[in-house]
Ligand binder design. Structure first.
Ligand SMILES: [Cu+2]
Length: 219
């Protein structure tokens, strides 16, 4: 195809640009023009195809690729949160609540009498009869009644909790260390305490629950 015919054809295509506002009408005209070029100019159709390939087409609607998860700030936050959870998980998993009944079956008892607990564990005392306290006491000496507020580091004292109305009140102690803690009841000026209403958290070989109960009975 000569330069002038190519130029003319380009101009024709430009004139009848398929995407111009009057494109519907031009679509009808364009094949006729193309055909005439094919007849008049050998190779015109091939060039028409080439030209049409070069014709700008509407851009496909942009599809934004998803941002890689390692680049988004939220992802970084969630990854940090996951790492933190993994770090904290062991502590969260091993924290246990130990249930202790106080005065079950109208007795002067703690059930169970001994709890082995880790730091962070909780002990939930539920008073099932009468009116009692859960008060930390010394291992020996003046045990009964244990003093108000309890004895020793990380002492505890529930105060009087009455089940006389059937409300079954509770007291929750969170374990803060692993040293032995002993407890009893303040009721009746130490009578419950001396009668064996005794309890121990983490007793050991030198400070046993049996010895504490024996000490209480004598106090
Ligand atoms: Cu009591």
């Amino acid at each position: 195809m000569t330069d002038w015919s190519l130029a003319l054809f380009r101009q024709t295509l430009r004139t009848y640009e398929p995407y111009s506002p009057s494109s519907r009408r031009n679509y009808r005209i364009l094949p006729i023009l193309s055909w005439s070029f094919a007849v008049v100019v050998p190779g015109g159709n091939v060039n028409a195809c080439r030209l049409r390939e070069n014709t700008p087409r509407p851009m496909p609607r942009a599809i934004k690729p998803p941002t890689p998860h390692w680049q988004t700030p939220t992802s970084r936050t969630s990854m940090f949160a996951k790492a933190l959870l993994l770090f904290l998980a062991p502590a969260a998993v091993i924290a246990v609540d130990h249930a202790v009944a106080v005065g079950a079956n109208n007795g002067l008892t703690f059930t169970p009498t001994v709890v082995t607990a880790a730091v962070g564990d909780t002990i939930t005392f539920t008073v099932l009869s009468r009116n009692h306290t859960i008060t930390s006491a010394p291992f020996s000496g003046a045990i009964c009644p244990p003093p108000t507020g309890g004895v020793g580091p990380n002492a505890f004292d529930s105060g009087f909790l009455s089940d006389l109305d059937g409300s079954q009140p509770t007291f929750v102690y969170t374990v803060k260390d692993t040293v032995p803690h002993f407890a009893s009841c303040q009721q009746a000026a130490g009578a419950h305490c001396r009668a064996g209403m005794t309890f121990a958290i983490n007793p050991n070989a030198t400070q046993t629950f049996a010895q504490f109960t024996a000490n209480a009975a004598k106090s």
